[in-house]
Write a protein that binds this ligand. Structure first.
Ligand code: NOJ
Ligand code: CA
Length: 573
């Protein structure tokens, strides 16, 4: 069994991964048909975005039955087959645990809504309005109020979409229900969970207004994120669920987690969870209201990446916390266009950032299609599928007074749809994803960017990822070794060592599209293990081309031998 520190995790967003029955929608049999592809890439674990029954208002993150599979994706038998086929290939599965909310189509919620004396009313947050308005001024993650109207003066809390009702974790029956769901899937043989917005399950008691003196909806960050009881609940979950099984792997989605939060969640002494995502990189250049707040023009520079990297790497090393590292996921545009340059340095920048992600302390995650260098497709407004985007455009207009056509242009740039176009398997019709028009527009560049071609090309992004995975597997220092940064003040080149005992590696990456000179803080000798284009001897003074990146295994310098034997009387004291 590969433990979480040695895992390489591949995220599947099932709707767009692979369609097996040609209805244009990805499904479980489609995943099964690509397991050999994944095995060949070398990953050890799959994080499966939700496949449970769902009305799909938030594509699976609105669950209507935790114990049923969305029929569009298959049946429970298909899921069991997937588990077995993964087991045969030594691939683990992490399921998405969406426990902050259910769909309003869930039977608990329906009962709560239809029956005033239902015990399920206390599963959720129902509250009277105040002065003919919502119970408080909280802004939803997806724009607008966090409250949805039940009747004239009654509301329920929906921190995301109006059809995602927040569960009340204060209620121990809610917690028991969720633990039962977890046990059901662990008993089937999954390895663990990626926990959706799990740091959101403790709301500030009394649900008071945030910044009561300010006008308009206010984002309730510290009122709903990382509250003290998140720890209490995770400890309880660990005790009642995780500790009952061998080697369960758990990962928290860490929306707005601070260093301290992440350390507290993942320090093994605290017995909560194994790893945590942080979003400092993926939210670079966003304004204070989040992804759709364009007021910083999504601008950032290499020094920002360097300082975030330094901050997280050092803190995790020093305080026994543990993070999972990722560049892309289903919630953001594909990173290659944010960090890299797809016009001039497509291959170089894709590989440079892949090297970055894999060489850090922490477990690397790959988002489907990233390994073949898939890019963003700027969909027209009428083609959008993403509720967050559609609603946030309206919120941008209402709150920031952005004219709608401009709000739509911004939305086109950041919508999650960018990362949700079908995986491009081949240059055949419909990219080998399906034999019919897919549920969301396919990126027409599949004729040149596709898995089949990538596999054949030794210089492809895919083969670079494959090498990275192999290197991690064969060099312990790259998994658990320490992180030490060199040349901190360099504006564009990130340099660091990973070390374990005698084994030392040196990584240097030009994070920008400008060539740059560097004089290393210390003289180093090394053997090159991997580069993204230019094979180069490691020297103290170097010039790196745009996005040039290297991995060296360091060679210890022989200590110069004293010319006269130490026992010579001349040197005796
Ligand atoms: C985070 C998930 O990754 C995202 O896709 C979803 O919309 C929200 N949580 C709400 O569940
Ligand atoms: Ca299908």
């Amino acid at each position: 069994m590969v433990d979480f520190k040695h895992s390489v995790v591949y995220q599947i967003w099932p709707r767009s991964f692979k369609d097996s029955n040609n209805d244009g929608i990805g499904d479980i049999q489609g995943i099964i048909s690509k397991l050999d592809y994944l095995k060949n890439l070398g990953i050890t674990c799959i994080w499966l975005s939700p496949i449970y029954a769902s009305p799909n208002d938030d594509y699976g993150y609105d669950i209507s039955d935790y114990y049923a599979i969305n029929p569009e994706y298959g049946t429970m038998d298909d899921f069991d087959e997937l588990l077995l086929e993964c087991k045969n290939r030594n691939i683990d599965i992490l399921m998405d645990l969406v426990a902050n909310h259910t769909s309003t189509e869930h039977k608990w919620f329906k009962d709560a809504l239809n029956n005033p004396s239902s015990p399920y009313r206390d599963f959720y947050y129902f509250k009277e309005g105040v002065n003919h308005r919502e119970p408080n001024n909280w802004l939803s993650f997806f724009g607008g109020s966090s409250w949805t109207k039940e009747s004239d003066n009654s509301y329920y809390l929906t921190s995301f979409a109006p059809t995602q009702a927040d569960l009340n974790w204060e209620n121990e029956k809610v917690r028991e229900e969720i633990y039962n769901v977890m046990k059901f899937y662990l008993n089937k043989g999954i390895r663990g969970f990626r926990m959706d917005v799990i740091n959101c399950i403790d709301k500030k008691p009394g649900l008071p207004d945030k910044n009561p003196n300010k006008k308009g909806y206010q984002f309730p960050d510290d009122y709903i994120l990382n509250g003290p009881k998140v720890h209490t609940y995770l400890k309880e979950m660990n005790e009642k669920v995780m500790s009952k099984y061998d080697g369960v792997i758990t990962l928290a989605e860490g929306c707005m987690v601070t260093l301290q939060d992440a350390m507290n969640y993942t320090n093994p002494d605290n017995k909560e969870i194994d790893m945590c995502f942080h979003f400092d990189l993926s939210t670079l250049g966003y304004g204070s209201l989040g992804k759709y707040d364009f007021r910083k023009f999504y601008r950032f520079n290499a020094s920002d990446i360097k300082s975030i990297t330094r901050k997280w790497q050092n803190a995790m090393m020093e305080h026994h916390g543990y993070i999972a590292n990722f560049l892309s996921n289903h919630d953001n545009m594909r990173h290659i266009e944010r960090y890299g340059d797809i016009k001039l340095y497509y291959l170089e920048s894709a590989k440079a950032f892949a090297l970055y992600n894999f060489m850090l302390y922490g477990t690397p995650f790959i988002y489907q299609g990233e390994e073949i260098g898939m890019t963003n497709l700027k969909l027209d407004y009428h083609e959008w599928k993403d509720y967050e985007a559609i609603n946030s455009v309206q919120a941008m207009h209402d709150m920031l007074h952005v004219p709608l056509p401009i709000a739509k242009k911004i939305g086109q740039y950041v919508t999650r749809d960018n990362a949700r176009t079908p995986v491009q398997w081949s240059s055949e019709d419909y990219a080998g994803f399906s034999t019919t028009t897919p549920w969301i527009k396919l990126n027409p560049n599949y004729t040149v960017i596709n898995a089949e071609d990538c596999i054949k090309d030794p210089q492809s992004i895919y083969n670079f990822y494959k090498k990275l995975i192999e290197l991690r597997k064969n060099n312990e220092a790259l998994c658990t070794g320490t992180f030490k940064e060199l040349n901190k003040d360099h504006k564009s080149i990130l340099c660091f060592k990973r070390s374990l005992g005698e084994d030392e590696y040196f990584i240097m990456i030009n994070l920008t599209k400008q060539a740059s000179d560097i004089t290393l803080d210390e003289p180093l000798q090394g053997e090159e293990l991997l580069h993204n284009g230019l094979d180069k001897e490691l020297r103290r003074v170097m010039k790196l081309a745009p996005f040039e990146a290297h991995l060296y295994k360091l060679i210890k310098k022989e200590e110069p031998q004293p010319k006269v034997a130490l026992h010579s009387s001349k040197y005796r004291v």
